[in-house]
Design a protein around this ligand. Structure first.
Ligand code: GLA
Length: 389
């Protein structure tokens, strides 16, 4: 009897001991599992540019069915489908059904921005005593890389293998003095739609001459595609200070505390709550169009913003290695552009949350540097995570 009991005990012990080993081998199970899900990157023609160049559009689908479309012109995200709290998918970015839509005078819908996100005062900056002159494409200032910034060039696309989900690599070679900026610049942007329901954007670049660089992404979000405006969406920004601007939206150079101002988003509040407050800064921006300085270290991944839409239950959390975020509440949209599903893009129908360095840093020695030297590798990462609650 006793020996039997011992044998049973031993067998139970052996069985218990082998179990974790089986669980330890999910690596073998993973590929088969993944194959069963519709993870894919597909490609289709998306029209022809006036100069005859062909534009392609890629569709990335992750393991949970999140779907993002990106075209090679401007690296533009033309649609992003995520589920609402009832599991119903909806397109949460502003844009157009056709390439022609994007060839109108469109304020950077969905596009990659370079060489310099936001404004450079008077379209001028100096490097090592040499002055560089840029296009003044926003009143007296230079905005978003100039007349033909990275939002209007054709990127070379290729699928990349990523453990995390479907990914698309976009590359662009910007020639020395293109749009007035020095240095031959090689830029790579990788969009990954992770199986964790994140859009990860990895930017990298290198130059052969000292230059300045501030890359970002200019998607207009509306987490409630049915809603006219973004005013009922709740925003939280991980920032104790922001950069006040002058009348032409150039930072004055002196960060201010958000405490006690309409710029305080440290606790979530609806965008509409204080946007109409009597405030000089809101007057200059016609609403929010400012740069918030993120709490945490430049170069390290940290929370930047959380956007929550009580109507659809959608939540978008942004983390970044960048030191700042430009929050623009769509104040220049005026209903003249008609987009997907014949939707009129009215005043504040979309918002941008652009992770970046500070505007006008090349002219403001007190700001974190945006200089890129030959031999250095520029690298920043921003993650947009989509959930519901
Ligand atoms: C940025 C700027 C805004 C505006 C938009 C595009 O967010 O800060 O002032 O130019 O881009 O219209």
């Amino acid at each position: 009897m006793k020996t039997h009991y011992l044998i049973v005990l031993l067998l139970v012990f052996a069985a218990c001991n082998t179990k974790p080993k089986k669980q330890d081998t999910p690596k073998e199970a993973q590929p088969a599992e993944k194959e069963m899900k519709a993870v894919s990157v597909t490609k289709e023609p998306f029209g022809t540019l006036p100069d005859g160049e062909e534009v392609e559009r890629y569709t990335l689908t992750n393991a949970n069915g999140l779907e993002m479309k990106v075209m090679t012109y401007g690296g533009i995200i033309t649609s992003l489908q995520t589920p609402d709290k009832d599991g119903k998918k909806g397109d949460i970015v502003l844009g157009f059904d056709t390439l022609e839509g994007y060839l109108q005078d469109v304020p950077y819908f969905g596009a990659l921005i370079g060489r310099y996100g936001n404004r450079i005062a008077n379209g001028k900056f100096k490097l090592d005593g040499k002055e560089y002159t840029l296009a003044k494409n926003d009143g007296p200032n230079h905005l978003h890389g100039g007349k033909k910034g990275f939002d209007k060039v054709l990127w070379t696309a290729s699928e990349t293998r990523s453990e995390d989900g479907p990914a698309l690599k976009l590359q662009y070679h910007s020639k020395d003095m293109e749009e007035g900026y020095p240095g031959n610049l090689d830029v790579t942007v990788v969009y990954t739609l992770t199986d964790n329901d994140e859009l990860r954007v990895d930017y990298s670049a290198s130059t052969d001459k000292k230059t300045v660089l501030n890359l970002t992404q200019h998607t207009y979000f509306n987490l409630s595609p049915e809603s006219e405006t973004i005013l009922d969406e709740e925003l939280k920004l991980n920032a104790d200070t922001f950069l006040p601007v002058n009348t032409t939206l150039i930072p004055t150079g002196k960060p201010e505390k958000v405490e006690g101002t309409p710029f305080d988003f440290r606790q979530p509040k609806t965008i509409g709550k204080d946007i109409g407050a009597k405030n000089k800064q809101l007057e200059f921006g016609k609403g929010y169009d400012h740069c918030w300085i993120l709490n945490g270290k430049d170069g390290e991944m940290k929370p930047a913003a959380t956007l929550y839409d009580p109507n659809s239950g959608r939540v978008m959390e942004i983390t970044t290695t960048e030191p700042a975020i430009q929050f623009y509440s769509g104040n220049f949209l005026d209903g003249s552009l008609v987009g997907k599903s014949d939707k009129k893009y009215v005043f504040r129908s979309g918002l941008c949350l652009e992770t970046q360095h500070y505007p006008d840093a090349p002219n403001q020695p007190g700001f974190p540097s945006t200089v890129l030297n030959p031999g250095e590798e520029y690298h920043t990462t921003t993650i947009f995570k989509f959930t519901v609650k």
